[in-house]
Design a protein around this ligand. Structure first.
Ligand code: PMP
Ligand code: GLU
Length: 400
């Protein structure tokens, strides 16, 4: 136990996505040939025209001072334009705040709107950091559990019964990390119809995987009838433009909430890195062609991995419609033993077994709210994916 750590921080665990990635790196540094499919991170380089935006900003000498708290005005104008043109979302530039990645945007939002004990409905499986951030902000995550059999989509009854007098907000991602589920306009309209009766609930729509969507539509919750004044839309550059290291995300928020978040950000980080913002500006100005190219490559890999995983008889797999993850169910593996007689009791045990035996790194389902699933990121080269699936199959078949 860490005696100096605050009670608040002790309530949350280390991020398991980052922890598994760190473990894979550690194994590799010792010379073990681990294929890491744990971190959800594009394996592409940031496109050149975006890097040029950053280089020009440095060379100009004009971007070395503190930027405005919410981000440069031309960047916020560009985001506002993107929201209108691509998502039918009307956020004035004053309602947009640029932050240090969407993880930071979520932190800003939760700390700005939650009081102790406020409930936040979370569609589960969920991205690991949602629950941790809500908990750190002294809110209470209320999970709506779903499974592969319903494509990881909550029913209307589930949503209705999760709402209480303490519900402050609801958060979900579409396309979803970790399931790859895309919520269609029809799905979202069903939720909208329920939420229309609860005008005080804020909807937090995490759309960071917007451009990695294999269906023919990305629907933004805030564009649905009556939802624009109560939806916070999150988006960022990490996934669409392969810019995870630049740490650049943004939100569009209702006016009052945007003001609070501005206050929060001004007192904590001052603003986001000036040079990263110029790169983001270059990305938006140039359009989505590079994002579409990367998406097409993910689609090819999705189909490849789907075919391979389907052949591993003990896994139950669905076809994800977006993001770059598979989240197979592992019920048929739990309770099996390895050749030393050690039982696989959990997804965590399976992840450790696969790391040791198959030398592949995945993320256990526990921290995504689904202990009977395991996450595999297919943002890796085709040859690594083929080899990883082969090793995974071999190791799983050895279990008895
Ligand atoms: N939301 C979801 C659903 C994610 O998977 C991630 C992972 N990167 C984030 C937010 C945060 O992304 P970033 O901080 O890199 O913008
Ligand atoms: N979002 C990615 C993931 O889920 C990156 C790691 C993280 O930020 O948690 O793996």
């Amino acid at each position: 136990m860490n005696k100096t750590e605050s009670n608040r921080l002790q309530k949350v665990e280390e991020s398991s996505t980052l922890a598994m990635a760190a473990l894979a790196r550690e194994y590799r540094s010792k010379g073990v040939d681990v294929i890491s499919l744990s971190l959800g991170e594009p394996d592409f380089k940031t496109p050149t025209h975006i890097c040029d935006g950053a280089k020009e900003a440095i060379d100009s000498g004009n971007y070395f001072s503190y930027p405005p708290v919410a981000g440069y005005s031309d960047l916020r104008e560009e985001i506002s334009r993107k929201f209108i043109e691509e998502n039918k979302l009307k956020y004035d530039p004053s309602q947009i705040i640029v932050s240090n990645g969407v993880k930071h945007s979520i932190t800003n939002v939760m700390f700005s709107i939650l009081n102790k004990g406020d409930e936040v409905i979370v569609f589960s499986p969920f991205w690991v950091s949602y629950s941790a951030i809500i908990t750190l902000a002294e809110g209470v995550p209320i999970y709506i559990n779903t499974s592969i059999s319903n494509d990881f989509k909550p029913s209307e009854d589930q949503l209705k019964s999760a709402i209480t007098k303490k519900t402050k907000a609801i958060i979900f991602s579409s396309p979803c990390n970790p399931t790859g589920t895309v919520f269609s306009r029809e799905d979202l309209n069903k939720y909208r119809d329920i939420l229309a009766d609860y005008p005080d609930i804020v909807i937090i729509s995490d759309e960071i995987y917007e451009h990695i969507n294999f269906t023919n539509e990305h629907c933004s919750f805030g564009s649905l009838d009556g939802m624009s004044d109560r939806t916070i839309t999150m988006n960022g550059f990490s996934k669409a433009f392969a810019m995870t290291g630049w740490r650049l995300g943004y939100i569009g928020a209702p006016k009052e909430i945007a003001k609070s978040i501005n206050k929060m950000q001004g007192q904590t980080t001052s603003a986001n890195c000036s040079i990263a913002q110029r790169a983001g500006y270059a990305a938006l100005r140039a359009g989505n062609e590079c994002a579409i190219e990367m998406k097409n490559s993910y689609l090819k890999r999705r189909d490849l991995v789907f075919d391979k995983l389907n052949k591993i008889s003990k896994l139950k797999v669905n076809l994800p419609e977006g993001a770059f993850y598979f989240f197979p169910e592992i019920d048929n593996i739990i309770g099996k033993k390895d050749k030393k007689g050690v039982e696989i009791k959990s997804s965590n045990d399976l992840a450790m077994y696969l790391l040791e035996d198959a030398k592949i790194s995945l993320v256990p389902g526990e921290d995504f709210g689904a202990p009977n699933c395991i996450r595999l990121s297919y943002a890796a080269s085709e040859s690594d994916l083929i080899e990883a699936c082969k090793r995974m199959n071999r190791s799983i078949q050895k279990l008895n």
